[in-house]
Design a binder for this molecule. Structure first.
Ligand SMILES: [Zn+2]
Length: 162
């Protein structure tokens, strides 16, 4: 099995609802996102992944939807206020944590046709969350790609830097 990893970067703002602490207030991060792609075989060029294709596909989507945007949960009272001010926002079903953003970028890369093994979302230089799909179910079959699965977290789980 080969794997290849590329990185994308962007800046965003967010805040967390149902959370007590400074992360409940609007603030920003510079995100670094590692996207790992797996392949059993190499292509004719000897690559598991053409970095350029993934970077362009995912970075273009991020630039259009997340970069320098306020990322908010759908029921955040700031949503209608910022919309009325014509400010750029991105609305998520769940709280915009490093975990759910990792899961979101996994879904987007999958939709773009990449065989993604893992997305690691660095919210700060010292804290990240990882999303990877559950690989094998109890009966030995591959986990379905259609169902949404709860993210599996690896790495520091501190909320201090949210
Ligand atoms: Zn934060």
């Amino acid at each position: 099995m080969y794997s290849a990893t590329t990185e994308i970067h962007f800046a965003y703002g967010h805040r967390l609802l149902d959370y007590v602490g400074k992360c409940a207030h609007p603030h920003g991060h510079n995100a670094r996102v590692e996207v790992e792609v797996e392949s059993e075989q190499l292509d004719i060029a000897g690559m598991a992944l053409d970095f350029t294709v993934l970077k362009h596909g995912l970075q273009d989507w991020v630039d259009a939807h997340l970069d320098h945007q306020m990322i908010l949960r759908h029921d955040d009272p700031l949503v209608p206020i910022l919309q009325n001010m014509n400010e750029p926002i991105y609305i998520m079903e769940r709280n915009p944590t490093a975990e759910t953003l990792a899961s979101l970028l996994y879904e987007i890369a999958q939709q773009q046709g990449f065989s993604v093994a893992m997305v690691r979302f660095w919210e700060s230089p010292t804290s990240y969350a990882t999303y990877r799909p559950t690989l094998v179910s109890a009966n030995g079959s591959q986990a379905g790609d259609t169902g949404r699965r709860p993210p599996r977290m690896i790495g520091p789980e501190t909320r201090e830097e949210h």
